[in-house]
Design a protein around this ligand. Structure first.
Ligand SMILES: [Zn+2]
Ligand SMILES: [Zn+2]
Length: 80
């Protein structure tokens, strides 16, 4: 039996994500500066998780968030 998330569950997940109660479920995880358009001037590999994300994960017993920021400024040697 397949179990699809109900629209209400998705909406609730989104609300919780926005409130920082759970990791945001987004295709492109970008760090906060990039979300605010404060990108690195020079491409610098960095994680999308900020200090608050890591702190929150530790406080809630979740694994430390890993993953590179999806922003183009997190990629060095970008082919144009
Ligand atoms: Zn970033
Ligand atoms: Zn960026």
């Amino acid at each position: 039996m397949t179990q699809k998330p109900q629209p209400a569950e998705v909406a609730q997940a989104l609300v919780e994500a926005l409130q920082g109660q759970r990791p945001a479920i987004v295709c492109y995880a970008q760090c906060e500066p990039c979300q605010w358009g404060q990108c690195y001037d020079e491409p610098t590999p960095h994680s999308w998780a900020g200090p608050e994300d890591i702190e929150h994960a530790q406080a809630t017993g979740q694994p430390e968030p890993t993953g590179t920021c999806a922003c183009s400024c997190a990629r060095t040697g970008d082919p144009r």
